[in-house]
Design a protein around this ligand. Sequence first.
Ligand SMILES: [Fe+2]
Length: 239
Amino acid sequence: MSRLILPYSREDAGAPPSLHPDYRSTVLRSPRLAPLAIPATLTEITGPDEAWDRLMGPAMTDLTAQHRGAPQGQRIVVAGLVLDEQARPVPHTMIEIWQANAAGRYIHSRDDWPAPLDPNFTGVGRVVTDAEGRYRFVTIRPGAYPWGNHKNAWRPAHIHLSLLGPAFATRLVTQMYFPDDPLIEIDPIANAVPMPYRQRLVARFDIGITEPNWALGYRFDIVLKGRGQTPFEEHHDDH
Ligand SMILES: [Fe+2]
């Protein structure tokens, strides 16, 4: 791959600031000094291209079929396109997914709030876009969960996504929310992304993706860079 790919800047208009005091852990982790520009070398400007299966194993596109039985919760299909800054589809790029179960609990040693684990749900998936930049996965709608940011803090239902794009330096980590969730407007992580860019993190219900007698469908297109970029939304403390 020969075209030059630059790492994504966190200074994009829609990017959350590294310091957002309402989101408490950013106070300690945000840098106090200006970032250093690091020259991109071959390691950053190239990626595995079509070698994902060889590196990572086969895709895991159905999070409801990883165990003996079906997980509890509302079955959903999430599908969309991955696009670059020119709105061109990005084929053969890997999307890693992780989420809480329907009760809002992660399978993680540090997640110990009293909501049940689901023996039929791990909450981890991996999909690769096709030649037209499309992706699709099947899962259950995650539940909201409390976190220690402030008194009575609850995270809206969300799915975490990490996209590598065409090169290692083009990694985009973000979260997808569900439409009409009243918790979005009181969530410091979502609110660190200014409007109207925050809307880019909210999937749309799509009757065309919905499968009769099977699963509700949501559309979530992801733009890696440029004017329509999907905001970067990472968080570091298991939320
Ligand atoms: Fe989370």
